[in-house]
Design a protein around this ligand. Structure first.
Ligand code: NAP
Ligand code: MG
Length: 503
């Protein structure tokens, strides 16, 4: 049996969807259903949130944040320089020494519960702004990002007065000031992942959101202001890479928490080596989704689509490699291709949209470069026949068949809606291929046999392993990587240990 979908030169016929898929696509032609942004207020200009106040950056500089789906400027945002970062760290230190480290856990919890409830109250606004600023579909920001952000604050509020019980009778104390740097793919959720455990454990925070998606972190700063947190407990400084570097390198920061690319993570690790700073790194991934012949294939196809195409593949734990048992390769590829004909790409604010905009022009360039490399290396490409809007940054959901394990598309993180499909014959071959990567963040296993899931899960070198599902998150479940996907865990009891000294 052929492993590839089509032979070179005969791609025309096979690129067509089956009659059933066409019929399905037509039956489900949706009218536009956009979420209205009318009631959402985005200020024309945002300062820095330092010491409980909104301040003008000392640099005097502002930069625009644009909507990747319309290319319109949404707001001007302050660019913090090293002095601004220093002000923020000083404010965090003062808040730590004066109030936060002295407050009882039960009192810290009250503030954190307040933040969680305010996120729920403003859920609609936060979801709309997240989709406008970052390009992700509203159904993702509304149903995943925002509820999970609230859940992280609720969960950690619950721990704030129980920390002495979290480590089996040992007493814990906070670390001090945490410098936190986050990426653009889950802007509000990553801010919640970082801030909630830090302040629950009694630390204070300076957080830098990504340059392309600062708005929901700034809305969160407003929520924190309204929750009347003591000034300086949480400070938000916007800016680019240099702002992040100034924060990580600041001598009065006790703990650095970074989520982003492996390259920048390593740079931070080098920069703070020899200091007493604590560090956690959540970096890239190249997860394998392993589909066995005995799996419920339709369910698996839905999981594959969820794992790589929803949220445009802008997920560090995206199932970007599909390892499928050879005997079902052709049927899985056919089902996947049919499903891709029904994916709706377009306006992130439309409630029916499955695939939104690519976060930035630079990211789109990177995806294109890797996809071109895949074609040059001889793999066969299929892209869903989506209509690409005239404005904005878009990439149609794509997969490659017939790629070799050594090709760039099989090894490098693409961080876009691009799947590389490969085959295996035995569970051990699947394990070897899945582990044959410098990363180790996540993996998926699809099979009818529970025993096979357990066997695979003990052998796969990945921090998170899903069985017959994909991309499921919960604040009580620790998340983090092996190898070059970083170290340290976020969420759960394990995540607390990144923010305390155990005595
Ligand atoms: P990135 O370039 O590493 O940026 C991440 C953050 O670091 C941004 O806020 C960035 O600012 C800042 N930064 C850039 N250079 C810096 C420096 N020298 N020192 C300190 N901070 C610096 O990553 P990205 O392109 O935004 O995000 C995509 C990557 O994040 C992917 O590799 C993905 O796998 C990874 N990711 C991992 C996880 C996880 O949990 N493991 C979660 C989400 C994303 P600017 O925005 O201004 O560049
Ligand atoms: Mg933006």
């Amino acid at each position: 049996m052929s492993h590839t979908l089509t032979k070179p030169g005969s791609t025309e016929v096979d690129r067509k969807p089956s009659a059933a898929a066409l019929e399905f696509g037509q039956a489900w032609e949706y009218a536009p259903a956009p979420e209205s942004p009318d009631h959402v207020r985005i200020d024309p200009k945002y300062g820095l949130f330092v010491g409980g106040r909104w301040v003008t950056p000392r640099s005097g500089k502002f930069f625009p944040t644009v909507s990747p789906s319309t290319e319109q400027t949404l707001a001007e945002v302050a660019e913090a320089n090293a002095q601004d970062v220093d002000d923020a760290v000083k404010a965090a230190r003062e808040a730590y020494d004066k109030y936060w480290s002295k407050l009882r856990g039960a009192d810290r919890a009250k503030y954190i519960f307040r933040i969680a409830r305010a996120i729920q109250e403003k859920a609609r606004e936060l979801a709309i702004v997240e989709s406008m600023d970052g390009g992700k579909p509203i159904k993702e920001s509304r149903d995943v990002d925002v509820p999970l952000a609230a859940a992280h604050f609720f969960y950690h509020a619950g721990w704030a007065d129980k920390l002495d019980y979290a480590f089996q009778g040992r007493r814990v104390r906070p670390l001090g000031v945490a410098g936190q740097i986050i990426p653009w793919n889950f802007p509000l959720l990553m801010a919640a992942w970082k801030i909630a455990p830090a302040i629950a454990c009694g630390n204070t925070v300076v957080l830098k959101p990504a340059e392309t998606t600062p708005l929901t972190a700034l809305l969160l700063a407003k929520i924190i202001e309204e929750a009347e947190l003591p000034p300086g407990v949480v400070n938000i400084v916007t800016g680019a890479g240099e702002t992040g570097a100034a924060l990580a390198n600041h001598p009065d920061v006790n703990k650095v928490a970074f989520t982003g690319s492996t390259d920048v993570g390593k740079r931070i690790q080098r920069a703070i080596a020899g200091s007493t700073k604590r560090l956690t790194l959540e970096l890239g991934g190249k997860a394998a989704n392993v589909v066995f012949a005995d799996a419920p294939l339709d369910q698996a196809v839905e999981g594959i689509v969820n794992g790589i195409y929803f949220n445009q593949g802008h997920v560090c734990c995206a199932g970007s490699r599909l390892l499928v048992e050879e005997s079902v390769h052709d049927i899985v590829v056919k089902k996947l291709r049919d499903r891709m004909h029904t994916l709706r790409l377009g306006d992130p604010l439309d409630k029916n949209t499955d695939v939104g905009a690519i976060n930035s022009k630079a990211q789109l360039q990177r995806i294109r470069e890797l996809v071109d490399a895949g074609e040059k290396e001889g793999a066969e490409r299929f892209s869903a026949p989506c209509r690409i809007p005239d404005k904005g940054f878009w990439f149609a959901p794509t997969f490659f068949t017939g790629a070799s394990m050594s090709s760039r598309i099989a090894r490098e993180e693409i961080f876009g809606p691009v799947l590389t499909i490969m085959t295996f014959r035995t569970p051990d071959e699947a394990i070897e291929k899945a582990n044959n990567t410098m990363y180790g963040l996540s993996a998926g296993i699809w099979t009818d046999k529970g025993a096979k899931i357990f066997y695979m899960a003990t052998k796969l070198k990945a921090g998170v392993i899903w069985g017959n599902t994909y991309n499921k998150f919960d604040p009580s479940s620790p998340f983090g990587g092996y190898k070059e996907s970083g170290f340290g865990r976020e969420g759960g009891r394990q995540g607390l240990s990144a923010y305390v000294e155990v005595e």
